[in-house]
Design a protein around this ligand. Structure first.
Ligand code: NDP
Length: 357
């Protein structure tokens, strides 16, 4: 963006939002961000820790709940662009079972986008690869390695899929579908960003991202062992995702497009092994690959993290359906950061902000 603009971001307390905000402020723009509760500790800490340095002086934080219709038009009136990012990201069992997140995500998108239509020039919506990767509505869709690579024309099937793919995936798919229908009816310039697991450095100890929990637990020595079988997780660096949001605000090709943000699949144990030498001085106790499949299956009956691991392992053949994340490279002429940099910066940030000693 050449001239300085004002950008509105919903869900400023989020992991991804903090990186988007940082880029925009560093580019010299003004940012207005919404939080659910201005008096919350999360919001207080965001200001206190001075996450954005002196550029933070151009940041205005307001209170607004996406489930409330009121106040959004007034909040957006002085802004040129909107990035709608706030959406429930439930933890543990709720990720699969909390049906309320479906209505909250749709209602939130409706409240914010209805207020934005005719007010802002462009909207970027943070959707998810979860709205792409289950075209058959089955959890094993991602392990159908003989099928062609998934791309932006694929949509997760939501009908009768709840028991298979869970509430969160349905919430993201339905909210994105609603946004596209609405944009079409109002002639609104819309782009969606559909990232796989977002990992990378944390900007503040108070920002807790669900997608970082495995890396945090492993590097903090809170997991001793991982399954013997490799688990490949589709990932993308948070800074790449943030940059794609910012680029979408003004790039001429962006309106009307979905962009899958996906670099590659990574295996946590392999990656930690590669970084062993670099982090040796910290004497971190990283997990080993030693849990047999049957033990994990048993644990998954009682423990949510074991259940999540098992769902990522799929049918044990270690083969995954490829995901094509290249459209964003072609349109925006950008390259994904290498995995080793992402992982190193992520673990280093845990150390810098005092999460690991
Ligand atoms: P975070 O949990 O860190 O951020 C979610 C944000 O949404 C928080 O600011 C949260 O506010 C806000 N929020 C949730 N519910 C409401 C609500 N009812 N009203 C207002 N705000 C609400 O997650 P991420 O940064 O990881 O996620 C940001 C976006 O990216 C989400 O839309 C998520 O679905 C999407 N995404 C994330 C991926 C990942 O791997 N991290 C992958 C793909 C997509 P509060 O702090 O008050 O809870």
């Amino acid at each position: 963006m050449n001239s300085k603009k004002k950008i509105f971001i919903t869900g400023l307390t989020g992991f991804l939002a903090s990186h988007v905000c940082k880029i925009l402020l560093e580019q010299g723009h003004e940012v207005k961000g919404s939080v659910r509760d201005l008096k919350s500790k999360k919001c207080d800490d965001l200001k206190k820790e001075n996450v954005f340095g002196i550029a933070g002086a151009r940041l205005e934080i307001i209170e607004a709940d996406i489930t409330n219709k009121k106040g959004w038009k007034e909040a957006l009136e002085d802004c040129h662009y909107l990035i709608h990012m706030a959406s429930p990201v439930p933890k543990g069992d709720a990720y699969f079972k909390d049906l309320s997140v479906i209505d909250t995500a749709i209602e939130g998108t409706r409240n914010v986008l209805e207020a934005a239509a005719g007010v802002v020039e462009r909207v970027v919506l943070t959707s998810s690869s979860a709205a792409v990767i289950y075209p058959g509505g089955k959890k094993n869709d991602l392990f159908d390695f003989e099928a062609p690579p998934l791309n932006e024309s694929d949509w997760t099937k939501t009908e009768s899929s709840l028991g298979e793919i869970g509430a969160y995936s349905i919430s993201k798919t339905k909210a994105e579908r609603w946004a596209w229908d609405f944009a079409k009816s109002k002639n609104l310039q819309l782009t969606t960003i559909n990232p796989t697991f977002v990992i990378g450095p944390l900007l503040s100890s108070k920002i807790r991202a669900q997608s970082l929990s495995m890396i945090y637990f492993a590097s903090a020595g809170k997991i001793n062992a991982l399954p013997k079988q490799r688990i490949l997780i589709p990932y993308v660096d948070v800074r790449d995702v943030a940059l794609a949001h910012v680029t979408s605000l003004t790039h001429e090709q962006a309106p009307g497009n979905r962009y899958i943000l996906h670099n590659e699949f990574y295996d946590l144990v392999d990656m930690l092994e590669e970084l062993k030498e670099e982090f040796k001085p910290l004497s971190l106790k990283w997990p080993k690959r030693s849990v047999p499949h049957w033990k994990l299956k048993l644990a998954s009956l009682f423990k949510q993290d074991a259940k999540m691991l098992l769902s990522l392992m799929g049918p044990s053949h270690e083969k995954y359906r490829p995901i094509n994340g290249k459209k964003v490279n072609e349109h925006f002429n950008f390259s994904y950061r290498p995995l080793k940099d992402t992982m190193r910066d992520c673990i280093q940030s845990f150390k810098d902000i005092g999460l690991i000693k």
